[in-house]
Ligand binder design. Structure first.
Ligand SMILES: Nc1ncnc2c1ncn2[C@@H]1O[C@H](COP(=O)(O)OP(=O)(O)OP(=O)(O)O)[C@@H](O)[C@H]1O
Ligand SMILES: [Mg+2]
Length: 231
């Protein structure tokens, strides 16, 4: 018999992310992690609830205020291959981010600025004129990170940013994210399946299960402090 009972992907979720914190999210497949990330990025709308960001309820923002908010929260997804337009050169994909700051500012972006964006993520000007198909997975994810941090957001939501990469490249990308956090003071929501990695880099972790948070734990870890010092 056909059942019309609604199914909730998320229900009763409540957590806060502090300034300059890495807040981990872990949970089984289908537990609602990506749905939550998409709600925070305002890509989908929840049926109800509130999301406060710097004392503003994101779900009520419209127009100019909403555009301002979009610059402050950015996402990095696991799909590094589909995140970029395959027909655009890397320089065009990087420059595109600045459309959010207005046409005048966009027109003033120089190749030097784009090169500096690449340098910040460990790439160089030789990558500016390439197309996405001419870069490796790790390089593509670096470009996605460069785009995410370009407008200096206050919060980055990274949804399994390394899960489609080789183990050695995963470590490089994590290292890059930690360096960026240290340099800029951005906060991160880091969604990941790897408990060991969560324990290594996160300050706190929320455990998702069937659309709910079943526990939020602080992580106190001496290894983490030594990584911070080594960056
Ligand atoms: N657009 C949608 N319409 C209906 N159901 C959806 C939609 N997107 C996700 N879901 C459902 O919501 C639930 C949570 O999915 P979600 O992708 O958020 O899980 P996840 O924790 O990110 O899983 P994974 O670890 O596999 O990435 C799943 O049952 C999924 O099928
Ligand atoms: Mg997911």
């Amino acid at each position: 018999m056909f059942c019309k009972k609604p199914v909730f992907s998320l229900n009763g979720i409540s957590f806060d992310v502090k300034h300059n914190e890495i807040f981990g999210i872990i949970g089984k497949n289908g537990s609602g992690k990506t749905t939550m990330a998409r709600i925070l990025l305002k890509l989908i709308k929840p049926d109800c609830g509130t999301i406060f960001f710097n004392n503003h309820n994101l779900l009520e923002l419209k127009g100019e205020k909403l555009r301002g908010f979009r610059k402050k929260i950015q996402g990095i997804s696991q799909n590094h291959e589909t995140a970029l337009n395959p027909r655009m050169k890397i320089k065009e994909s990087l420059k595109e981010v600045f459309l959010a700051t207005g046409r005048k500012a966009f027109n003033e972006i120089t190749d030097n600025k784009l090169e500096a964006m690449l340098n910040e993520v460990g790439l160089g000007k030789e990558h500016l004129n390439r197309f996405p198909a001419q870069l490796s997975g790790g390089q593509l994810q670096r470009i996605n990170i460069a785009r995410a941090i370009a407008l200096r957001p206050e919060l980055i939501i990274a949804d399994e940013p390394t899960s489609n990469l080789d183990v050695s490249v995963q470590a490089q990308i994590i290292h890059l994210m930690l360096k960026i956090k240290k340099k800029t003071g951005m906060s991160f929501i880091f969604i990941c399946h790897d408990r060991a990695l969560i324990s290594l880099i996160c300050d706190r972790v929320a455990i998702f299960d069937e659309g709910r948070i079943i526990e939020i734990k602080s992580i106190r870890n001496t290894k983490k402090r030594s990584i911070d010092n080594a960056l």
